[in-house]
Every structure is written in structure tokens, then in C-alpha cells.
Design a protein around this ligand. Structure first.
Ligand SMILES: *Cc1c(COP(=O)(O)O)cnc(C)c1O
Length: 395
């Protein structure tokens, strides 16, 4: 029975390989950090979402260990049966405090949060108006919902207005956008989106996965940057990037939204609770971030320093307002060559090319972290210049 299916799978796999689209996993043998071991080689890591450098932070590890000792390993249940500890409620409150919202609900991941947020809230009478570059989990979540679908070009407010007009007869209209778009590092124009939402009587959802901890003076995300704290109805986010990098996602926002999600959101109702150690480390993260702004300041300084110097050295950098810096190379082959040669120099980055980015828009994406030292940043820039000259990218 299997042989025909096997042949089909083999041909699919071959097609992926022949298309140059095969994703290899490089094995790391150290904790996630600014410097890591890859295949026995020490390299500087510039491709993790470890924006605040918390992935291996002693306070988070201590909090996780303590919770493991005091609250055990797993919950063996979903939230509404016997999977809710006081810790879960405390973390939900801490997240709401961080974002200035009314309440929050935890999920196993932000992928689950986005997968479970639309379907319980909207029906075929309603409209979802989604940015064309939104994350895969938003696209999947929208697919699971019966609402009518409208799409606008990335951060294009004229097009958004057109789509709002096209959706004008729908009962409720929800505009949904990533806070930071992961390939360019641009921030969604939330001020303009919010103004259009007011004008056309729509509600707004922003996914702060790449912006929380990063964007805004204190890293509270796009609602801080655009002075909209408390004014955006729905925010989604992850504990898997700035906030410790382990696992977990959330929706935070208006109380009634969260209340209804607790009753009807399928990934929340039918998937296991987060383990106590992850929840406790999450709480420690928000406690740590409430104490001072050191990590956010450090990240902002590092990002500014890296970009300023890369531009000075002649690299073509996409305008960015986040900790994502796209070094434009345009040519797919060149992006792969450059990433490989940089790794030989001890700089770990990833080259992205079609279909992850548009054709002819190949690049190396550099992600900055508060954990990078000045020395490490200088080392990376030096390596970029050396390899850039070798490959004729800069003079
Ligand atoms: C990373 C990311 C997610 C997924 O988060 P997980 O918690 O890892 O599932 C969702 N949305 C956006 C915009 C992301 O960048």
C-alpha cells in the first residue's frame, strides 16, 4: 500500500532539493546565546529571536527550576479541567500589565493563539482585512474562520482603505497586522491603521511577536511607539522571542474578547496547559523588565550601532525600525555564498531568497540582541566588510 505514496513523497522531496529550497538544520551544542557552538565551532549568533538576551538568563533559569521543584513538571490537563495553577493567572495578569490591556489568555504558542483567535469571534457576516505579509499563523487562523477575507498590500494605507470600503456592508470588520514584518524589519503604521479603523468603524488586531520587547522606548511594542496603549482591541504575542525564547503564546486585549476566547477558542480548550516552569520563567521575565529599561536600551543601542556602521561601510540596508536588519544582496546565490563565508568567519547569519522573500530581493537577515557586546558587533561588521569585499558587494 505504501509504495505508491512513497514514490509520490520521494518525488516531492526531490523537487524541493532540485529547487534549491531544502532546509538544513544546523545542530547547536550549547545554550542559545550571543555565542554558540555549531558543529564544535564557536560562532557569534546573529539569527536568533533572542532580542533581549533572555534565552539563557540566570534569573529565568532559577525561576524555572524553582517552579519545577515546587509545582512539578507537567499539568496533564487543559486549562478548564484541571490545568490552571495560580501561576497561569499571574502570568496572564503580568502580560496584561506589560501591554496596558484588560486581560490575557495563554496558549501553547503564538501560532496556536493566532490559529484560535478569529473563529470564535467572527462569522460569515463579518470581514477580516489582513496585511499581505502577515505571519503564516495569521493566514491559517483566518482560513479557519468563516468571515469574509480581504487582503491589502504590505503597510499600504491606500489599499487598506479600499478594502475597508469593499467590506463596508459587513457587520464587523477586523483589521489584522504584524507589528514588525520579519523579513524587512519595518513596523506596521499602527497610527494610520487605527485612524482608518475609527473612520470605517473597524477593530484592530496586531501581532507583537517581533515587536514586543523591541519597539517603543520601553519595548512595550507598537502600541507604545504610536501612543495607542489600551486602544488596540486585540494583541497577540509569543514567549518564544523577546520573552525568554522557550515556548508559549498569548492574546491580550479587551476583557470580553478574552472571556469569549476562554469559552470557545479551540487550541485553548483542547490543548495542554503550559508547564509551570515555563509559566514561572515567563513571570520572572516581566518582573525583570519592570525593574528597569537596561535590556531595551542595550538592544536599541546595539541595533543603531550595527546599522550605522554597516551603512557607513557601504552595505545596502533596508530601512528598519526593529532589531531586524536586512542586508540586501538581491541575488539568491550570492546570499547563500555570503552566509556560508560569514559562518567560516565565525558569524552565524541566514541568507533568505525566493520564495521566502520576493524574487530578486535576496538578503542576509541580521537580528540584533541585547546580549551582543560591543566587541561582538565590531567583529561581525569586520567580517561583513571582509567577505563583502571578497564577493564584490562593497568596495
Ligand atoms: C514567531 C511568530 C509567531 C509564532 O510564534 P510561536 O510562539 O513560535 O508559535 C507568530 N506570529 C509572528 C508574527 C511571529 O513572528
Amino acid at each position: 500500500m505504501y509504495s505508491k505514496f512513497q514514490q509520490f513523497l520521494q518525488s516531492e522531496l526531490t523537487e524541493i532539493k532540485n529547487g534549491g529550497l531544502w532546509k538544513n538544520e544546523r545542530e547547536i551544542t550549547s545554550p542559545q546565546s550571543a555565542d554558540i557552538n555549531v558543529k564544535g565551532e564557536k560562532v557569534l549568533n546573529f539569527c536568533a529571536n533572542n532580542y533581549l538576551g533572555l534565552s539563557n538568563h540566570p534569573r529565568l533559569i532559577a525561576a524555572a527550576k524553582k517552579a519545577m521543584d515546587e509545582r512539578g513538571y507537567g499539568m496533564s490537563s487543559v486549562r478548564f479541567i484541571c490545568g490552571t495553577q495560580d501561576l497561569h493567572k499571574k502570568l496572564e495578569n503580568a502580560i496584561a500589565g506589560f501591554f496596558g490591556t484588560e486581560d490575557s489568555i495563554l496558549y501553547a504558542s503564538c501560532f496556536d493563539a493566532n490559529g484560535g483567535v478569529f473563529e470564535p469571534l467572527l462569522t460569515e457576516k463579518d470581514a477580516i482585512i489582513s496585511d499581505a505579509l502577515n505571519h503564516a499563523s495569521i493566514i491559517d487562523g483566518v482560513r479557519l474562520c468563516k468571515a469574509q477575507r480581504f487582503r491589502y498590500n504590505n503597510a499600504d494605507m491606500e489599499d487598506l482603505e479600499k478594502q475597508l470600503q469593499a467590506a463596508k456592508d459587513c457587520r464587523f470588520k477586523l483589521i489584522v497586522t504584524d507589528g514588525v514584518f520579519s523579513m524587512d524589519g519595518n513596523v506596521a503604521p499602527l497610527d494610520k491603521i487605527h485612524a482608518l479603523a475609527e473612520q470605517y468603524d473597524a477593530i484592530v488586531m496586531v501581532d507583537e511577536s517581533h515587536s514586543a520587547g523591541v519597539v517603543g522606548k520601553t519595548g512595550r511594542g507598537t502600541t507604545e511607539q504610536f501612543d495607542l496603549r489600551g486602544k488596540i482591541e486585540i494583541i497577540s504575542g509569543t514567549l518564544g522571542k523577546s520573552f525568554g525564547g522557550a515556548v508559549g503564546g498569548f492574546i491580550t486585549g479587551k476583557r470580553e474578547v478574552i472571556d469569549l476566547l476562554r469559552q470557545r477558542s479551540r487550541p485553548y480548550l483542547f490543548s495542554n496547559s503550559l508547564p509551570p516552569m515555563v509559566v514561572a520563567a515567563g513571570m520572572e521575565t516581566f518582573k525583570l523588565l519592570a525593574e528597569n529599561n537596561d535590556l531595551q536600551n542595550r538592544l536599541h543601542q546595539n541595533t543603531e550601532y550595527f546599522i550605522k556602521n554597516m551603512i557607513f561601510e557601504g552595505f545596502d540596508i533596508k530601512p528598519t525600525e526593529s532589531a531586524i536588519c536586512a542586508v540586501m544582496l538581491y541575488d539568491a546565490m550570492l546570499s547563500q555564498q555570503m552566509a556560508a563565508k560569514l559562518q567560516e568567519e565565525g558569524i552565524y547569519v541566514t541568507g533568505f531568497y525566493y520564495p521566502v522573500v520576493p524574487k530578486g530581493q535576496a538578503r542576509i537577515r541580521v537580528q540584533l540582541s541585547a546580549a551582543h557586546t560591543q566587541e561582538q558587533l565590531e567583529q561581525a561588521i569586520k567580517a561583513f566588510v571582509k567577505i563583502g569585499k571578497e564577493l564584490g558587494v562593497v568596495r
